[in-house]
Write a protein that binds this ligand. Sequence first.
Ligand code: CA
Ligand code: CA
Length: 605
Amino acid sequence: MRSPRAIQSFILFISLFITSGKGFAQADFTPEWSKGVVWYQIFPERFFNGDRSNDPKVSDQHGAYPFDDSSAFQIHPWTSDWYELQPYEKKNGKNIWFNIQRRRYGGDLQGILDKLDYLQSLGVNAIYLCPIFWSPSSHKYDALTYHHVDPSFGPDPEGDKKLMEKEQPLDPGTWVWTKADLLALRLIEEVHKRKMYIIFDGVFNHLGARSFAFRDVEQRQQASPYKDWFDVVSWRDTAKGIPFEYKGWFGVKTLPELKEDSNGIVAGPREYIFNATKRWMNPMNKGTAFGIDGWRLDVAFNVAHAFWKDWRKWVRSINPEAYLTAELVYPIEQTKPYLQGDEFDATMNYNFAFIMHDFFVQDTTASTVTQFDKQLRELREAFGTGVAYNMQNLMNSHDATRIGTAVANPDGRKFGDWGKYFNWSQKSNNKSYNVRKPTPAQLQKQKLIAAFQLLYLGAPMIYYGDEAGMWGGNDPDCRKPMLWPGMQYDAETHHPDQTTHDPDAVAFNTELFTWYQKFIALRQQYASIRKGDFQTLATDDAQQLYAFRRKLGSEETIVIVNRGHKPVSFTHEALQKKSFRDAFTKKAVTTASVPPMGIAVLLHR
Ligand SMILES: [Ca+2]
Ligand SMILES: [Ca+2]
């Protein structure tokens, strides 16, 4: 999601819904490959600058918030203090929040290619890329096209722009493959070579106001071949003094909504979306092995069900194993219609994050172990087994405060109160929100959360940099440039108002990385963790101890979580009946000792 105003409307909309739900079973319609995988979400502009020759120019952000493409501009120094206005920014006299929106750090596709080794060493095996299609903003949720990658993500921005001028967007036969498009295909190929998967972000509810289609409608009005693509309220009639009016996403005029009728998105844009979908799933008709493995669908709740049903059929006709995950921030009952087998395979599982947040992040207001267990079960059983293994169990994303900062703000708002939490966790809205470096005790909480997430049933998703020790509040602070080993970062010393504080050292956190790596490796090694079933073994509210078993065939994994502040010892008849070993030390265990805010993993094979 994108601009601050849009977010306000979006969260109000979301807040209208309340939680309820009962479990039910249904047939498995989800892909096999995506069950239990470890996702890694990348925000491309901020991941790695692998090519300085393609870095965006200020003119590339024409039409994007904050609508200033004339003030001084340069590529922002990757390793600088986040809240410190750089000399070029000070020249425009605007505050930090204005300036952060016009920053570009130069991340690109070559940067992702360069860091595939890093991702492999972390152990993740599926990548979700935030939008990479051409757009003037840093987040790229305001697409100019769905059929071209942003030229500044590829090796030849100016050459690409000239190539694209020659085509007829309405005729896919004229669509060219730009150098940026071809680099995206190379990325897909490299990912597949490593036995990893990759999905793109499909932002099909709206186009950007600077898109080929909308610009044409603005200029030519009813003479445009795209005249039926948008929700036009009134056509321009200068004689009668009637202005051109149209509907933007939640009123945001830079994001004109694609027109919908009872069948969903109408014929023109539908055909365009279908053609673009195929282009990335079976590029040049070379085969689906050369295409993406699925899609993440932005604001899926703003597009009619009928469209998603038709689109899924199209997608599955191209690649029967494609994975489709929806951005939904709905309680269970409102989520169900999307997960019946004819629309999506999973969602970005914010409901998981809410439950985790209540139990692990909160201290005095934390849920009990019994409540935690009950909420997890309701969610796990709500949509059928196939979906459960496919749900993207995340803690945060580009639209939420980082886990490293959530743990530094316990007992505030509940994450599940999406709208209120959204604003409360934005430093620009809440001066008292703690955006300083997490303390060792807070980091310990993050570790416990990560371990649980990686051992729990589903497909855990890590937001880039959480494993590296990045912190920051909600958008824009959750979109800082990635911390890389070997790069020297300025300490953070600035508050948003440019007053200063004692330094927070900024560097890649090797210890935290190793922790994530270690638990991802367990998941990749043991099928019971990836695809085993789930059974609660203990819910001890007094000691804040939670134990569960994951089982597949004869392989069993027992996980014991100590959320409390005293050491606990745990035993269970399961440990007496069969021989279990500690997953890391390999020592035989009949009674597990778990330190405060610690976790034990026991294996029987
Ligand atoms: Ca670059
Ligand atoms: Ca819509």
